[in-house]
Design a protein around this ligand. Structure first.
Ligand SMILES: *Cc1c(COP(=O)(O)O)cnc(C)c1O
Length: 360
């Protein structure tokens, strides 16, 4: 069976070469006579997989040595609670920027633990913009500043990093991590569910500055304490071993492909041509302010929602799947993460033009 172009927002497309390598190593990993799935996480074979993955991630992201890299479970959604539990550190307030669906979820969870200061919101534009930094009303005594660099559902992305001064900057990078180089030293904590741009679902990557660990809210479960995970090299309990291994294969591939600068170049080119096709069509529309359009998730609507079903079924027949937009936005959404080949974007653009000709 031929591979389709999978535009799912997550779990999402993985690089074909990674899947092939995992297939080749499935039954017998490098002559050890078992699958990675069957290995004890304490055995030297898995330890080598784990430490190589961490070393490769540190290299491609340029993670400074005073940061810990944690390979956890629970998804980005568990981080919504772990962050206040670990980072309030005696303070009562945290700053949050509300730019859409994922920001809102992070905010409502944080409200269980602290007073949330929504320092800026783009609700008035129906989350099609990012509030200008100059207008952010940051609290004086905030424990941290949380934002969502890429809103996966609305397709809104920051192409800049907020300057939070001494206040630790916390970023939900679930759908943008590894899409471009970033300066990790500007952040107190970065987190990402793996199933967008890293690997399979079930693994959550956390990158945390060491001095922010070790002062949790009373009653915090051990499993939700970053310091406990860090002190145990993410093996306080059984880690998501297979996801960790696959993520490691993705990191190796990124290195081979030229690193994050190369990812950024390709991602920008892919996104630019898809947005240009939408804007120049006079048929398809994307509502997002061009200054903050996502490189990773591109929502667009057809002039008449009655055409949506036909669009989706014809796209599927042409080998393109999971283009249906999120139920809260409607229309279509093309998620074009690192692993989406440029040929997938080109095929989509050609299909869209042809569909318009027949239905415009
Ligand atoms: C997908 C996503 C989440 C939720 O991730 P889970 O791993 O399902 O908890 C949170 N934030 C962003 C930005 C996402 O894209």
């Amino acid at each position: 069976m031929a591979r389709v172009f999978n535009f799912s927002a997550g779990p999402a497309v993985l690089p074909e070469s990674v899947l092939q390598r995992a297939r080749d190593e499935m039954i017998d990993w490098q002559g050890c006579g078992m699958s990675v799935m069957e290995m004890s996480h304490r055995d030297k074979e898995f330890m080598s997989i784990a430490s190589q993955a961490e070393a490769d991630l540190r290299e491609i992201m340029g993670i400074p040595s005073n940061y810990k890299v944690l390979f956890l479970q629970g998804g980005a959604s568990s981080q919504f609670a772990m962050i206040p539990m670990n980072l309030l550190r005696g303070k009562k307030t945290a700053d949050y920027i509300n730019t859409g669906a994922w920001s809102k979820k992070a905010i409502s969870e944080a409200k269980k633990y602290c007073s949330v200061n929504v320092a800026a919101t783009s609700e008035a534009s129906n989350f099609t913009t990012i509030p200008a930094f100059a207008d952010w009303k940051l609290a004086k005594d905030a424990a941290y500043l949380h934002y969502t660099p890429n809103e996966t559902i609305g397709g809104v992305e920051y192409h800049w990093v907020p300057e939070s001064g001494d206040v630790p900057l916390v970023a939900d990078m679930s759908s943008t991590i590894l899409s471009r180089p970033i300066d990790v030293s500007k952040f107190g904590l970065i987190y990402a569910g793996a199933q967008k741009n890293i690997g399979p679902a079930g693994l959550t990557v956390v990158i945390i500055r060491e001095d922010l660990m070790g002062d949790v809210l009373p009653g915090t479960p051990s499993m939700l304490d970053y310091k406990i995970h860090a002190d145990n090299d993410s093996m306080y309990n059984t880690p998501p071993t297979y996801g960790w291994y696959l993520a490691g294969l993705v990191f190796q591939l990124i290195k081979q492909q030229g690193g994050l600068a190369k990812m950024a170049e390709t991602n920008k080119r892919k996104a630019d041509k898809l947005y240009a096709a939408i804007d120049n069509s006079g048929f398809y529309k994307n509502p997002v302010d061009p200054a903050c359009r996502s490189w990773m998730n591109v929502p667009f609507v057809l002039p008449n929602p009655d055409l949506d079903k036909t669009f989706l079924s014809e796209a599927k027949a042409a080998g393109m799947v999971s283009l249906k937009g999120h139920r809260s936005v409607g229309g279509m959404r093309a998620s074009i993460y690192n692993a989406m080949p440029e040929a997938g974007v080109d095929t989509l653009i050609a299909f869209m033009a042809d569909f318009q000709k027949r239905n415009g």
